[in-house]
Design a protein around this ligand. Structure first.
Ligand SMILES: Cc1cc2nc3c(=O)[nH]c(=O)nc-3n(C[C@H](O)[C@H](O)[C@H](O)COP(=O)(O)O)c2cc1C
Length: 260
């Protein structure tokens, strides 16, 4: 399969066979993953491979009780990690300038790029993945369970294993609504409506096709997909709460200029 074919075949997998991922295959996709570019080639990330059932049971709750945490044989957590680099600086009598938000962003970008490389490598080998936003939203609880030292923060994570479903690919917004040539071309209201026309239809249909989501949407009285996003799925309250969790955890993990 070519790289472009593999990318185009992507769809998130939420149901898995219990079959384990062979060790050599896991190593192959992780090794491909770390070929991703990284800022200054510092590789300021760590990848935590969780296969142990008991640990996955502990992670189930902070991952918002998503079944793939238990059903997939592997859970990968990609962490922004300046801990290792700072230890090396210390051993080398080098100044340490990495206890700040900029460093967190650098490490978070590194971690995210690696995660997507691993995801594509896994999919190219017939495995399935599904990212979980709970990794960042509940980074403090997940960090505690995974025994992360200071300067390490979970950023993205996904389930990994052999698919037990074959879902249709999900729609994407039209390319010409996402790409700007030379400079940002701001949108007219009409253009915004145009870009989201197909999404409004397909997204609404998708929510209505799952009995649990349909009930949730009907109970909340929302009338369109945009309202589903912010009145049901990503509420002001939940986003405030998760923002505070992340900010507090970044401070606790020494990423907010604590050394000053
Ligand atoms: C950072 C991130 C967090 C996500 N979190 C979740 C999640 O918590 N649960 C879930 O079922 N899917 C999650 N997804 C998967 C998206 O819902 C999915 O990628 C999107 O709907 C497009 O579908 P596709 O991946 O099948 O193309 C997440 C994706 C990303 C990139």
């Amino acid at each position: 399969m070519s790289i472009i074919e593999a990318i185009n075949r992507h769809r998130s997998i939420r149901r898995y066979l219990p079959d384990p991922v062979p060790e050599d295959l896991l190593n192959e996709i992780l090794a491909a993953g770390v070929r991703a570019s990284s800022s200054g080639n510092m590789q300021t990330y760590s990848i935590i491979v969780t296969r142990d059932r008991e640990l996955r049971e502990q992670l189930y709750w902070p991952h918002m009780e998503q079944s793939m945490v238990l059903d997939a044989p592997v859970l990968l957590t990609f962490c922004a990690d300046f801990h290792r680099m700072r230890r090396w600086l210390d051993l080398s009598n080098a100044p340490d300038n990495f206890d700040n938000f900029m460093s967190f962003m650098i490490a978070a970008i590194d971690a995210t790029l690696v995660s997507q490389n691993v995801a594509l490598a896994a999919e190219a080998r017939g495995l399935g993945i599904c990212y979980m936003g709970s990794t960042l939203a509940n980074c403090d609880e997940i960090g505690r369970i995974l025994q992360l030292p200071p300067n390490v923060v979970p950023v993205v994570g996904f389930s990994l294993g052999y698919p037990d479903e074959d879902p249709a690919p999900r729609d994407r917004l039209p390319l010409d609504g996402l790409v700007h040539y030379e400079m940002y071309q701001d949108y007219s209201d009409e253009r915004i409506r145009e870009i989201y026309t197909d999404r409004e239809l397909r997204g609404w249909e998708r929510y209505m096709s799952f009995p649990r989501l349909r009930r949730l949407v009907e109970e909340s009285g929302v009338q369109n997909l945009a309202q589903v996003y912010t009145a049901v799925k990503y509420t002001r309250e939940s986003h405030h709460e998760f923002s505070q969790t992340v900010l507090d955890y970044l401070a606790a993990q020494d990423f907010m200029n604590n050394g000053r």
